[in-house]
Write a protein that binds this ligand. Structure first.
Ligand SMILES: Nc1nc2c(ncn2[C@@H]2O[C@H](COP(=O)(O)OP(=O)(O)OP(=O)(O)O)[C@@H](O)[C@H]2O)c(=O)[nH]1
Ligand SMILES: O=C([O-])CC(=O)C(=O)O
Ligand SMILES: [Mn+2]
Length: 624
């Protein structure tokens, strides 16, 4: 049996030839292209069983029971509708060096992505997928990113041999029978998402708790709107609706169709005067989106409600404003650092159960714990590798990229607009990174182009969300470095085009924030700014700017709050500390300029000249 891997947008045209085309194959769906694709994948990967997910409670119970039986999940005695998974220690984060954009022309992948010729990649992967599901169940997960009643529902179907992935997809996306029925009724196109952990089981071979393969590939085929993932069970590598579809593939769709697919939280802010503003914010992985999205304000009269914590799709409304919606259905948040004092709303969300925890520690009474949940660690834990742990251990109990996966509907401050298919009109976009030095607490862009420059030059220290060294400063444009599905220079051009399409006064205002600046010239002291709930004070300044009430002073890098413009009532931050958090230091910026220059030099002629102009303006302002 041979399989042609030639597929067109959203549908499969592959044919199987040779020994009996699966004429005897069961009918899994009345969606012709989907049926045919399932048949091809079954023929290639040879699973023992196929299960089409219906998304029901009964199915969830069956899946989690099975995962408990195979040892992948441990039911929490203290929270019996929630579960703990311990991954293979080598499968704990996104693998950026194994992630590819396989456009036909390498130039379309650009200098920031790994690229391989699509046919060559299909050859490599077809060999790896050959028999890769043997001994396992193939789960068919029909899902929609965003709402089923959207004007153009964004369908996907993930074929996976991981029950953990199927269960997680039920939390993270709207999936199951209702989606499949709508796909079938409309014979709609969908993004085919193929996933295998790459660990076939021989007859009688017993499974391991976390099947995976040392060889990993996370591959996007942008022209075909198709995703093939192999070897990993971890979130961003395996839950293909998330980064692979809703960011990498969707960013290509967005370029073609005039919208934006971004790594952004969405929040609703209500002032004491009852003014409502919706804010979107792009921070790199593990740099504070979940925390800001559900922040509990520390100053009276302000309310924050959540619409999304990771991904935003922004389209123009008829009013000429940018409207944002969250295509996800769950939260896949960083566990360490999440506690009752830092992010109580996340704690309340997971306290309602129905959650999957991965790579956190287990307490003696059958609950989860991680660094930062409580000030005092429990006297004894079983750590994320399954080993005994006590507070005197010289290693953390939880992996720094351990995660909670939980339904967003359980978030007590979910804004009612989350359910509005139109989304919400965005007043302000925040870019932010994790920088010990240089970047002020908050800076307002002078205009859209300057805002795009801020986004395009955004920098941040690497975190445990991706494999590789942490704490290394790198450019992470719009917090999308690992997620732009095409040439990053073209992507900046697209951002500038979005600005040209709109009336300047209808566009969101752009700000650049940094919660992570530290004391000391080398930035090796403690955080200057208390962060978390206190970030409301920065949001307040942002709203006051939008409403024309707050003062700012023009600096070479943009507008920063004047002394006293940030409300510090009741906050124990001395004046000089505040000044240090807000300082624009010419020496620090003098060191920054060559880095930005080098970053821009990595682009060829796709870098918009407007951004080079912005850099020259910055240089002139700093030296002027
Ligand atoms: N110092 C400080 N740390 C913060 C702040 N907000 C978040 N953090 C820490 O940053 C880490 C990651 O925060 P998250 O909010 O989960 O990051 P995210 O941007 O949602 O990450 P992804 O899910 O990987 O995209 C956690 O350990 C937080 O405790 C802040 O305002 N100040
Ligand atoms: O994708 C993931 O695994 C988690 C995430 O949000 C990120 O890394 O930005
Ligand atoms: Mn993310």
């Amino acid at each position: 049996m041979s399989i042609t891997a030639d597929r067109t947008t959203g549908t499969t045209t592959g044919t199987t030839t040779g020994t009996g085309r699966a004429s005897a194959a069961p009918r899994w769906t009345t969606h012709e292209a989907l049926q045919q694709w399932i048949e091809e994948v079954v023929a290639l990967t040879t699973p023992d069983r196929v299960h089409v997910c219906d998304g029901s409670d009964a199915e969830w119970t069956r899946l989690t029971d099975e995962l408990v039986a195979t040892g992948t999940l441990l039911r929490l005695d203290a929270a019996p509708t929630s579960f703990l998974a311990r991954s293979d220690p080598d499968d704990v984060a996104r693998v950026e060096d194994r992630t590819f954009i396989c456009s036909r022309d390498p130039r379309d992948a650009g200098p920031t992505n790994n690229w391989l010729d699509p046919d060559e990649m299909k050859g490599i992967l077809t060999e790896l997928y050959d028999g890769s599901m043997r001994g396992r169940t193939l789960y068919v997960v029909p899902f929609v990113m965003g709402r089923l009643d959207a004007e153009h529902p964004m369908f996907g179907v993930e074929l996976t041999d991981s029950a953990y992935v199927a269960a997680s997809m039920r939390i993270m996306t709207r999936m199951g029978a209702t989606v499949l029925r709508e796909l079938e009724r409309a014979q709609a196109s969908f993004v085919p998402c193929l996933h295998s952990v790459g660990m076939p089981l021989a007859d009688g071979q017993s499974d391991v708790a976390w099947p995976s393969n040392e060889t990993k590939y996370i591959v996007q085929f942008p022209e075909e709107r198709m995703i093939w993932s192999y070897g990993s069970g971890y979130g961003g590598n395996a839950l293909l609706g998330k980064k692979c579809y809703a960011l990498r593939i969707a960013s290509v769709m967005a370029r073609d169709e005039g919208w934006l697919a971004e790594h952004m939280l969405i929040l609703k802010l209500t002032s004491p005067q009852q003014e409502v503003h919706y804010v979107a914010a792009a921070f790199p992985s593990a740099c504070g989106k979940t925390n800001l999205a559900m922040l509990e304000p520390t100053i009276p009269g302000w309310t924050v409600e959540t619409l999304g914590d990771d991904i935003a799709w922004l389209r123009f409304g008829e009013d000429g404003r940018l409207w944002a919606s969250n295509p996800e259905f769950g939260l896949f948040g960083v566990a360490p650092g999440t506690g009752w004092d830092t992010n109580p709303n996340a704690m309340r969300t997971i306290a309602k159960g129905n959650s999957l925890f991965t790579n956190v520690a287990l307490t003696d009474d059958g609950d989860v714990w991680w660094e930062g949940m409580t000030e005092e660690p429990p006297a004894h834990l079983v750590d994320w590798r399954g080993e005994d742990w006590t507070p005197d251990a010289d290693r953390p109990s939880s992996h720094p990229n351990s995660r909670f996966c939980t339904p967003i509907s359980q978030c007590p401050v979910l804004a009612p607009e989350y359910d509005d298919p139109r989304g919400v009109p965005i007043s302000a976009i925040l870019f932010g990174g994790r920088r010990r030095t240089t970047i002020p607490l908050v800076t307002e862009a002078r205009d859209w182009a300057h805002g795009v420059f801020m986004g395009a030059t955004l920098s941040s220290e690497t975190t445990a969300a991706a494999t590789g060294r942490t704490g290394v400063v790198r450019r992470d444009p719009m917090a999308m470095l690992p997620f732009i599905g095409y040439d990053a220079g073209d992507y900046f051009g697209h951002w500038l085009d979005v600005g040209k399409q709109a009336d300047a006064d209808r566009l969101p205002k752009v700000f650049y924030v940094n919660w992570f600046r530290r004391e000391g010239a080398a930035g090796d002291g403690g955080f200057l700014w208390p962060g978390f709930g206190e970030n409301i004070r920065v949001l307040k300044w942002v709203v006051d700017r939008l409403e024309g009430r707050a003062a700012a002073k023009d600096t070479p890098v943009g507008r920063v709050p004047t002394y006293g413009a940030i409300d510090t009532t009741g906050l124990d931050v001395p004046e000089e500390r505040m000044a240090a958090a807000l300082r624009v230091d010419r020496d620090e910026w003098a060191r920054e300029l060559p880095q930005i220059q080098r970053w821009f030099d990595t682009f060829g002629d796709t870098l918009p000249s407007m951004l080079r102009d912005e850099l020259e303006t910055l240089r002139a302002r700093l030296t002027g």
